[in-house]
Design a protein around this ligand. Sequence first.
Ligand code: MG
Length: 252
Amino acid sequence: MKKLLLLAMSLMALQTWAQKPEDTEVYQPVPPKVSTGKVFSDAPSDALILFDGKNLDQWVSVKDKSKPAQWTIDNGAFTVKKGTGNIETKKAFLNYQLHLEWKIPANITGKGQARGNSGLFLASTGGGDDGYELQILDNYNNDTYVNGQAGSIYKQFVPLANANKKPGEWQTYDVIWTAPTFNTDGSIKTPARVTVLFNGVLVQNNAVLTGPTQYIGAPSYKKAHGACPIKLQDHGDPSEPISFRNIWIREL
Ligand code: MG
């Protein structure tokens, strides 16, 4: 009996050890394609402007938080400067409504996850890619696992529709984020919830998150956290870098 138990335990350990990124990729069903119209985007009077087209004063480099964000500002927008790493807001947030616009360059190349990959981390819980990622990717005409396409909560929630605009066109995310709360012992009390409009189309409807984004294995709430910065991803793939503009937030 004891031997059997030991065998079962080592099999379980082996299973965890043998997990691969592919294990949590979902391919079916594919979200329906929806064409979208013009999207309202002006900041309301009570919003905090996180990027007004002029400077990255509200942002720091995640690699070295004492340094300003290194990404390139041009013509009212800013663009990922590959290799400089992720950037995040100086300020930390709990519950909020966020508006952000992003653009895949018209000359984008690559496929799958290597085609305009970035990400909006709704709460950055640490360095690197730690946090809850709303995927940014070109999926106008580019297949990948559907829980990793634009509008997905990466590897957790497939978007309800594919509302991608063509590369070269500005696109919008409007997000309503409810931060998770934790018990004093660090265990999860109320999970994070998120609603997302992608180019005005509902793609996440009050999704209840099972934890921060995890590349390999199942997500779970391992560590308690309070208010967190919002982070943008400098993904390591070699495709042309993507741009952002008109970012504002309303704390709730
Ligand atoms: Mg990403």
